[in-house]
Design a protein around this ligand. Structure first.
Ligand SMILES: [Zn+2]
Length: 199
């Protein structure tokens, strides 16, 4: 037998498409699922469907939400004069856990990456500029990965924001060079928020 029966192969193929899941890991996961109760697999498939049908991007900041606007944008206690720009929603979540930041966010949906063919037009940059042009924001904090694409995106944004006369700062001390923001610990991120520098 060179291959598993077709339904098994089909599911293995789907898992194999996921990031950092190779063929061996995909096989292990699928065979594990097969050994579970039908109820367990039902819960998993329902959760997968729910994510696609119930979650959408916040129409203001592009954070994940179940409603039109996310909980952060709706919260009147938050400081609307500061917007922190992140690449992905998981980085926003990480910053929230520090309890250091009380302003609003803007999720770009990635970083400018000429090598991967990702230009500013593929990200939520126009929407960010429209928010800033509305006139309420006094400071933009760029919390982008301290690697090539993040640096490039930060410089691009700083240049674009400058004519608006809005203070632009960048997370600085503490975020280890070359590390993903998502994996930085909370104390480190906390310090980075406090020690941000002007751009
Ligand atoms: Zn939002």
């Amino acid at each position: 037998m060179e291959k598993f029966p077709e339904p098994l192969e089909a599911l293995i193929k789907e898992f194999n498409k996921l990031p950092s899941i190779g063929r061996k890991t995909a096989e292990r996961l699928v065979l594990y699922l097969l050994s579970q109760d039908a109820q367990e697999t039902q819960l998993l498939s329902q959760a997968l469907l729910d994510v696609k049908s119930k979650i959408r991007p916040c129409k203001i900041c592009f954070n994940y939400t179940e409603a039109e606007e996310c909980e952060i944008c709706k919260d009147v206690r938050r400081d609307g004069s500061t917007v922190c720009v992140v690449g992905q929603p998981q980085e926003l979540l990480k910053l929230e856990k520090t309890n250091e930041y009380q302003g609003l966010y803007h999720v770009l949906g990635g970083l400018i990456s000429p090598v991967n063919g990702i230009g500013p037009e593929h990200l939520h940059i126009d929407e960010l500029m429209r928010r800033l042009e509305a006139g309420k924001v006094r400071e933009v904090i760029l919390a982008l990965d301290p690697k090539v694409d993040g640096e490039f995106t930060a410089m691009y944004l700083a240049r674009k924001i400058k004519p608006l006369g809005i203070k632009t700062t960048q997370l600085a001390q503490g975020v280890p060079i070359g590390r993903d923001l998502e994996f930085a610990d909370e104390v480190t991120l906390s310090r980075a928020v406090q020690g941000r520098t002007n751009l």
